[in-house]
Design a protein. Structure first.
Length: 160
């Protein structure tokens, strides 16, 4: 009997929040589950401190957020092979954010920032694979939003 109540409580506690937020069942199981069995994602991976957007404009087309496209593609097809690309973009952006000033600026692409060079090659190769040709007149805006101090800054680059 105890195991049935325990598993039922954990299932109710773990049920996704939008459908479960105001639930009376969650209200009753919370005092039992939270202090003893709660696990956050930081148990496996540190909580991200920054959110990124990488807006790219090329060949006269409109701006598009490449990182969002890769991330949402990975989320919609977990076994589709997008994980390596998503992790590469994510890690490159984290290294890039740690190596630039936290102010919005127009940066010169002079290959002096190795972290941007890696990110630039990823972006250009992504579009080369996507379009089957090298894109011309590429412009990039990298937007970083820091969660802790609410700092929001962008860097603009003109490639090629």
């Amino acid at each position: 009997m105890y195991l049935t109540v325990h598993f039922f409580s954990v299932i109710v506690y773990s049920y996704p929040y939008p459908a479960n937020e105001g639930s009376k069942l969650r209200f009753y199981v919370f005092p039992y589950v939270y202090p003893y069995f709660h696990q956050s994602w930081s148990l496996f991976v540190p909580v991200p401190k920054e959110n990124f957007n990488v807006y790219v404009k090329y060949d006269g087309k409109d701006w598009e957020d490449v990182f969002y496209k890769v991330y949402s593609s990975h989320q919609s097809r977990r076994f589709g092979g997008e994980e390596a690309l998503m992790l590469s973009f994510s890690n490159s952006l984290r290294y890039y954010a740690s190596s630039v000033s936290e102010t919005s600026t127009i940066e010169k692409d002079d290959d002096s920032n190795i972290n941007f060079v890696v990110l630039k090659k990823m972006i250009l190769n992504y579009y080369k694979i996507k379009n089957g040709k090298t894109s011309k007149n590429v412009r990039v805006i990298i937007r970083t939003k820091n969660i802790n101090n609410r700092l929001d800054y962008s860097h603009y680059y003109k490639l090629n």
